[in-house]
Design a protein around this ligand. Structure first.
Ligand SMILES: [Zn+2]
Ligand SMILES: [Zn+2]
Length: 284
């Protein structure tokens, strides 16, 4: 597993972070080192490009894909449709490019509504000036029920589970070439026994990308908000026998100095624990 700057290579899975914040984007000098864009993670399984969440980080990702990627076929898997996970989608450049296919997946909406309804609401008066019909790409919407297993591309398996979060969210386990990555956000792990389906997604994963919005000290003021602390992440990773833990979905209130201290403390608690930052790349 190599960090930072390694080329997309023959390793089975390559992870790149384009947005690492939760709740709301927070650009500026105090967050420049870790980044201010909201959730978006590119996970390449061989040549297959899978995108997890469409926060504001999906805008620079889309620009890079249009310029550099030979692929014209993209899958966007949403944890859920809160604005920090969906709000960047209308700025995803492939949507405005002919001969592209963009598939948007969500597992937490039915039977109340579907992912197409959610995107239409976002891209409509009075929130947004351009409607779905103006997009040049072929856009496909795929609803599923969290808990189902998906095979979106040859050799790629996505196991899913519902996560404890207001309105629901979907956790993913990406399996490819005998390796696995768990993408678990937004999730309130809590202090009781770990939810068995959550533990199953994380079990023996080479990498866990986890909602670690808070510290244990901040949690009591945020019970029921649907997020976890980095200490709870360490507990989950240890219980799951996972490889490396990567803290993600950082609070917008945590500036670079705070994030540095979290990184030091988390690495001491579980050596090798990483803190996601924009541009960081992990080869598995
Ligand atoms: Zn979020
Ligand atoms: Zn949320």
């Amino acid at each position: 597993m190599a960090l930072n700057g390694a080329a997309i290579s023959a390793t089975p899975i390559s992870v790149r972070f384009w947005g690492v914040r939760g709740s709301v984007s927070c650009p500026g000098p105090s967050t420049a080192n870790y980044g201010g864009n909201t959730s978006c993670v590119e996970i390449r399984c061989g040549q297959h490009i899978l995108i997890f969440d469409a926060g504001t980080g999906i805008r620079p990702l889309g620009n890079a894909l249009v310029k550099l990627s030979p692929s014209t076929d993209f899958d966007v898997f949403l944890s859920h449709c809160h604005i920090d996970h969906l709000g960047g989608l209308p700025f995803f450049a492939p949507l405005f490019t002919s001969n592209q296919v963009v598939r948007v997946w969500a597992g937490n909406l039915q039977p109340v509504c579907g992912i197409e309804d959610a995107v239409r609401k976002l891209m409509s008066f009075p929130h947004f000036p351009i409607q779905l019909e103006s997009l040049k790409a072929k856009v496909e919407f795929r609803d599923f029920r969290a808990g189902e297993t998906i095979h979106p591309r040859p050799g790629v398996t996505l196991r899913t589970a519902p996560l404890k979060h207001p309105g629901g969210a979907t956790g993913y386990r990406i399996e490819y070439g005998n390796q696995s990555v768990a993408y678990l956000t937004d999730i309130e792990i809590g202090d009781g026994p770990i939810d068995p389906p959550l533990l199953e997604l994380a079990k023996d994963a080479a990498l866990i990308i986890l909602d670690a919005t808070y510290t244990d000290e901040e949690l009591p003021a945020h019970i029921g908000w649907g997020h976890s602390s980095w200490q709870q992440g360490v507990r989950l990773a240890n219980a799951a026998g996972a490889g490396r833990l990567c803290l993600f979905h950082h609070s917008p209130e945590h500036d670079d100095t705070t994030m540095d201290s979290i990184k030091t403390a988390a690495d001491a608690a579980r050596p090798g624990t990483m803190v996601a930052s924009e541009g960081m790349q992990i080869e598995i």
